[in-house]
Design a protein around this ligand. Structure first.
Ligand code: HEC
Length: 110
């Protein structure tokens, strides 16, 4: 009984190259979504006067570590500015940015 088991080697050649799938999103950096963190916004817009930790005090900038303001008062000052501090409503753009930077300011409080 001759069992002529002829395996079709041709199948091996059909390695239909799945490489065609261009991996378009290889580096998923979870933190760099469309909304930057409060910390990033603070470093970008506020640290120049208030300092990384809130107590630099450039041109009379209040110490954010010891501020007695509530989060809503902080938001208000960010939106409207106060004396030497300019308004950041236009710079930060959206309320969600103002929210997150305000929340970050409250974390500076020691
Ligand atoms: C150009 C310098 C400058 C920048 C930039 C700046 N500030 Fe200020 N900030 C000041 C000054 C000056 C004051 C004090 C205003 C006053 O009471 O006369 C102040 C006051 C404040 C106060 C009130 C603190 C208190 O106890 O009265 C908060 C809160 C504050 N800044 C948050 C921020 C945040 C958040 C940012 C970034 C979005 C920012 N500041 C950017 C200069 C700056």
């Amino acid at each position: 009984m001759a069992i002529s088991s002829k395996f079709g080697w041709g199948l091996v050649l059909t390695t239909s190259l799945l490489l065609a799938c261009n991996e378009s999103d290889p580096s998923v950096e979870s933190s760099s979504s469309s909304v930057p963190s409060g910390e990033e916004l603070y470093a970008l817009h506020c640290a120049s006067c208030h300092g990384e930790s809130g107590d630099l005090g450039v041109s009379g900038a209040k110490n954010l570590k010891t501020t007695a303001l509530s989060i809503s008062e902080i938001k208000h000052i960010i939106k409207t500015g106060k004396n030497a501090m300019p308004s950041f409503r236009g710079v930060l753009g959206s309320d969600s940015h103002i929210d997150s930077v305000s929340r970050y300011v409250t974390t500076l409080h020691k």
